[in-house]
Design a binder for this molecule. Structure first.
Ligand code: TXA
Ligand code: MG
Length: 328
């Protein structure tokens, strides 16, 4: 795909001062990087096909991979998709928050077909904080993938966005480090099944507590890929990775979890801990920034200690497995 013409370097503006400027940039059909509670997003007017095309161009993202449509209210969401009892209940329980629901799209929805990749479903999320305020002020839904070049690590700070896309976009809104640190949980609800398409910042345990059943997990390792963006190799650092490591060799960098270190840690090229006290929330928040920081040391490999497979550990392990998957 052709590279976007040079419209940067981006101005980085603190969120407290950025609302009007961000509305203006969106109104011109240009993308703006914004903080959300999960990761930073690259936002554009979801109803403007050209604006959406600029997102794909800026990220180098394949156009068959649809975008999440972000809304400011449940009312705005209902204009775009058919909700049923369960999806309404989930929206009530978890919005604003790190939940995306893939629902049947409404006929006559103003969302550009490019944003949904021509599918009959639409992925919708109501984010917290600046993102929600921006959409309310703009008055239209925005399409927003994570604000990174396609296939790279999702950014959790404005600086990380600037390092990757800074010369391709006009404005980055700085809201500080993202509070959740991994992308939203994606559920598909078609009126029959509730399926987990991507584990994320909302835990399966919380979903189960709210609706009485756990979603089925077609996206689990070995399962069928349903979200077109869930390609096996994704979130890739430059370094190769080794997971579930009990030891580390000289020249390798160690990404730890919990109080006890892998063998050989003294000889490691660099060491960072996702959470010294073994807290999965803290680990999720640190995940992408720590991966990027270790990668910057140019180690032979990034080796990762085991992370438990429950709660936010599902999302963390999902991202780690993708980062470690064979590259295309
Ligand atoms: O936390 C998040 O979700 C962040 C912030 C910015 O909101 N966004 C994000 O977007 O992670 P992105 O584009 O990196 O991931 C969206 C995923 C992709 O895997 C895409 O294939 C899937 O959602 N998706 C979007 N629309 C879909 C649909 N109609 N059916 C199935 N999957 C869909
Ligand atoms: Mg992404």
């Amino acid at each position: 795909m052709a590279r976007a013409k040079k419209i940067g370097p981006a101005k980085i503006v603190p969120e407290a001062e950025a609302l009007k400027q961000a509305v203006r940039v969106l109104g011109k059909g240009q993308p703006v990087a914004i903080p959300t509670e999960t990761v930073y997003g690259l936002a554009a007017d979801a109803t403007d096909g050209e604006a959406v095309a600029r997102i794909y161009e800026t990220k180098g993202r394949p156009a068959f991979n649809p975008l999440i449509i972000h809304v400011a209210s449940p009312e705005m969401a209902e204009e775009l998709a058919h909700f049923d009892e369960v999806s309404r209940h989930l929206a009530f329980a978890f919005w604003p928050g790190p939940l995306t629901m893939v629902l049947p799209a409404k006929k006559g929805s103003p969302v550009s077909a490019l944003a949904t990749a021509g599918l009959e479903t639409v992925a919708i999320r109501l984010p917290r904080g600046f993102a929600r305020d921006l959409i309310a002020a703009f008055g239209k839904p925005i399409a927003a993938p994570s604000a990174n070049s396609s296939g790279r690590i999702s950014p959790t700070t404005a600086e990380a966005v600037a390092a990757d896309l800074g010369d391709r976009i006009p404005l980055i809104v700085d809201g500080g480090p993202a509070r959740v640190g991994v992308e939203s949980t994606i559920l598909s609800l078609d009126g029959r099944d509730i399926r987990l398409l991507r584990p994320g910042g909302l835990t399966v345990e919380d979903i189960r507590a709210a609706i009485g059943v756990a979603p089925s997990m077609p996206g689990a390792p070995g399962g069928k890929v349903e979200a077109p963006g869930q390609l096996a190799s994704h979130y890739a650092p430059a370094a190769r990775m080794r997971l579930d490591a009990a030891s580390v060799r000289p020249g390798e960098a160690l990404l730890g979890f919990g109080p006890r270190r892998a063998r050989g840690v003294k000889a490691a090229k660099a060491v960072l801990n996702l959470s010294q006290k073994g807290d999965l929330r803290e680990a999720a928040k640190n995940l992408f920034a720590h991966l990027a920081a270790l990668d910057a040391e140019r180690p032979d490999r990034i080796v990762v200690e085991p992370v438990p497979e429950h709660g936010l550990g599902l999302a963390i392990n999902d991202r780690l497995r993708r980062a470690a998957a064979p590259r295309p």
